[in-house]
Write a protein that binds this ligand. Structure first.
Ligand code: UDP
Length: 261
């Protein structure tokens, strides 16, 4: 068996060298981590679901003019992507208060923000991804002012699109995180959306019940993480009711004479 060259292993994904110049293979693992790696577990089937959900969203975003790294899905866990130079800034868009903003600003979880807010975090595991301002980003040369403008405008377009997409299937988009990269083609460079969009990187609540359908189920030990991701995939119409991730044990065939007695 030919062994592919591994380029990078992250917490939830592995990147391998792609079949053609300028491409990579993104492999989705079942690993879940939180609190800067202090909490870790393996959730059977999560990678398969995130691969499908991210594929679905990236294809739709491309159609509405948000350029991204997705080329095509290769199999249950892998997708072919464009190789980019990752900008070391995580872009978070929030519409409803949840997570770190509640602590930082003393807000109640679930309260609606005055408007959607874009935040930046410096991608650094040793530092725990600290929040940074545009000043830090330009002063340290992580991205230029023009690149920040592009990331912000794409992030807000993604927010508008995803808010509508999820509202249509009974889910409220609370917040999400994006990553961007520089894609070089011949003499030109453009900033495109990279990484993944999935319940690992978004907060998604059921509109009627406020039930969490995202990684907070793992962060807060609520259980049913994979089932919640599967619910999202099914509502998006991309997962058959009985999928390989929804494995059940053998079903006892009922004995008619007994059950009727
Ligand atoms: N997020 C993420 N990766 C990170 C940090 C945050 O995908 O390293 C996502 C998170 O799932 C949520 C949004 O970004 O949808 C905002 O996260 P927050 O700042 O509240 O931090 P968290 O509570 O995730 O630590």
């Amino acid at each position: 068996m030919s062994r592919r060259r591994e380029i990078y292993e992250g917490k939830a994904k592995i990147l391998y060298e792609g079949p053609e110049q300028g491409t990579l293979i993104q492999y989705f693992k079942d690993d879940a981590t939180a609190f800067n790696n202090q909490k870790h577990d393996v959730l059977d089937g999560k990678g398969v679901l995130n691969n499908r959900i991210s594929e679905h969203i990236m294809i739709l975003l491309d159609k509405m003019g948000v350029p991204n790294h997705f080329i095509r899905r290769l199999n249950m866990r892998e997708q072919l992507i464009r190789a980019v130079e990752i900008i070391p800034v995580e872009v978070v868009v929030r519409t409803i208060a949840a997570g770190t903003i509640c602590k930082r600003l003393g807000l109640d979880e679930g309260s609606t923000l005055p408007r959607s807010i874009v935040e930046f975090y410096y991608k650094s595991d040793p530092l725990g991804d600290p929040m940074v301002s545009e000043e830090h980003i330009t002063a340290f040369g992580w991205a230029s002012p023009a690149e920040i403008d592009e990331m912000m405008s794409m992030a807000l377009r993604v927010n508008d699109f995803l808010t509508g997409l999820f509202a249509g299937i009974g889910i409220q988009l609370i917040d999400f995180k994006l990553e961007f990269g520089r894609h070089y083609e011949e003499e030109t460079m453009r900033v495109i959306l990279a990484d993944e969009i999935s319940p690992d990187s978004c907060r998604l609540w059921d509109i009627k019940t406020n039930e969490k359908l995202d990684k907070d189920r793992f962060r807060r030990d609520l259980g049913g993480v994979v089932e919640a991701y599967q619910d999202v995939a099914q509502r998006l119409g991309i997962m058959p009711e009985s999928s390989p991730t929804k494995r059940r044990g053998p079903v006892l065939v009922s004995d008619k004479s007994k059950s009727e007695s």
